[in-house]
Design a protein around this ligand. Structure first.
Ligand SMILES: [Zn+2]
Length: 480
């Protein structure tokens, strides 16, 4: 079997994988509740001869599909969780929820999960027909959105013994995604005070809400004294009730702390804890600090990125129909922002200018962004739990056009396009690129060795330590 036949296999079976993507889009299940989505992907894995283990790392919706045996073990990472509040009719060019307040696939994880599945199945076909030794694994990674499912899976040792991990994400353009990401911690601060009549007996009240407000002020002052790239966000998840005439006996604030390195996040976290405890003391309330989850920063692997780049150029380019372009244009007409190519990709300022001018005239952009492994690695201002995998296994990823040029993730526009032929075509192309890269790795072991050497060099003697305490379990949104 040649790589060309891998591409053809995916073209011939496109309906199978597009159906999985559409079903997962329909289910639109949020973090750690993705039971139907999991069943749909697992059934397809089994249909193609994979053995499936569900509930890995004690997470009910985490699973691993395996085919083959022995070295090399090549893994594909799939996600399938949706976002709350983003319900949206497929293919509509205006905001139109399917059900008010419902969930929607605003980050395209339905396409992501099905695309990685398609890559795993196509690569398995290649291995089977060529008679080469090796193992292909599909990692069903739940709860990416706000849940860091992969960090819990890494803590549980799910990625141990894997030689290479490949993944992708729907995007506005085709690119190697070799940027770093910020590490993060998510922590809940729960304050407990004492209720009292706010007018008749204010001297008896100890306000938990005051403590939350003072803590936030304290953190504002901290912001001047952290790394330039650090980000500290918060949401008041419980303001203590709806009655101003009751001194609030409880209040909660959820913090998301980000920085380029894990140790920087840990340092900021310890300082925020001091502020929380200080404000609890000042207001005579109590604070309970609950660690929710963390994400490691991303260790890029340029050896693997270069293999993916060659395959982005080699796979048959996406060709859109008039209908695809019409949907793209209609959605883009509702948007104004152009993507910022300079953050999150390795293009130079001059290249970004040329590319952005080209993109301005097109709603769907399929040119592959240039990649040069000699350039400095940029750190994108977001976080991804793929980072936790990258500390355990040489890992690389690509971005593939599934969205219009002006779309950004987590919007109704990306939900709307996520069940269209534009999404389907992106899914198949992403699978062709990833399966093609896996074929190159299988055929040339020196690439795997080089990727491992680079991984060891970037680890620089450090070891992955998951900061999530052992007794902390992944939580669904409704349990937060
Ligand atoms: Zn995403």
């Amino acid at each position: 079997m040649e790589k060309k036949q891998v591409y053809e296999f995916l073209e011939e079976n496109r309906a199978v994988f597009n159906d999985v993507s559409d079903h997962v889009w329909d289910y639109a299940e949020t973090a750690f509740q993705e039971f139907k989505s999991m069943d749909c992907i697992c059934e397809t894995l089994e249909r193609f001869g994979f053995s499936v283990e569900e509930g890995v790392a004690e997470i009910p919706t985490a699973f691993v599909g395996t085919w083959g045996s022995g070295y090399p073990v090549i893994g594909f990472l799939g996600e399938f969780d949706a976002l709350s509040g983003l319900s949206q009719e497929a293919g509509a060019a205006e905001r139109k929820p399917v059900c008010a307040g419902g969930n929607g696939h605003g980050c395209g994880h339905n396409i992501l999960g099905a695309g990685s599945l398609a890559a795993a199945v196509a690569f398995k076909e290649y291995m089977e027909r060529s008679g080469k030794q090796g193992t292909v694994k599909y990692f069903g990674c739940p709860g990416e959105e706000g849940g860091s499912g992969k960090a819990f899976m890494a803590r549980g040792g799910v990625f141990d013994g894997v030689d290479i991990a490949l993944t992708w994400h729907p995007a506005n353009f085709n690119t190697v995604a070799d940027n770093g990401f910020l590490a993060n911690y998510q922590v809940l601060y729960k304050f407990k005070g004492r209720a009292a009549h706010a007018a008749a007996a204010p001297q008896n009240g100890r306000s938990a809400l005051d403590a939350v407000e003072l803590m936030n002020v304290g953190v504002q002052f901290l912001r001047e004294h952290v790394e330039q790239e650090a980000r500290i966000h918060y949401a008041i998840t419980d303001a203590g009730g709806f009655s101003p005439n009751v001194v609030q006996p409880k209040a909660e604030v959820l913090y998301l702390i980000r920085a380029p390195k894990m140790e920087q996040v840990e340092d900021i976290y310890q300082r925020i804890n001091k502020i929380a405890k200080g404000m609890a003391m000042a207001t005579e309330t109590e604070v309970e600090i609950e660690f929710i989850k963390s994400c490691a920063n991303m260790l890029p692997n340029r050896t693997l990125s270069a293999v993916l780049y060659q395959n982005l150029l080699a796979a048959p380019p996406i060709v859109y129909s008039g209908e695809d372009l019409a949907l793209g244009r209609a959605l883009d007409a509702t948007l104004t922002n152009m993507p910022n190519l300079e953050t999150g990709t390795s293009v130079t300022e001059a290249e970004a200018e040329v590319l952005e001018a080209k993109m301005a005239g097109q709603a769907l952009f399929t040119e592959v962004l240039p990649f040069d492994p000699k350039r400095d690695i940029k750190v994108a201002p977001g976080s991804s739990d793929v980072g936790d995998v990258s500390w355990n296994v040489p890992t690389a990823q690509i971005g593939v056009t599934c969205w219009t040029v002006k779309s950004s993730a987590h919007t109704w526009q990306t939900v709307s396009i996520g069940r269209s032929e534009v999404a389907h075509k992106g899914l198949i192309y992403a699978a062709q690129v990833m399966a093609g890269a896996a074929v190159d790795l299988l055929e040339d072991d020196s690439l795997i060795k080089a990727a491992k050497e680079e991984y060891t060099r970037r680890l620089n003697g450090k070891k992955y330590v998951c900061p999530i305490p052992d007794d902390v379990k992944p939580r669904a949104i409704s349990e937060l």
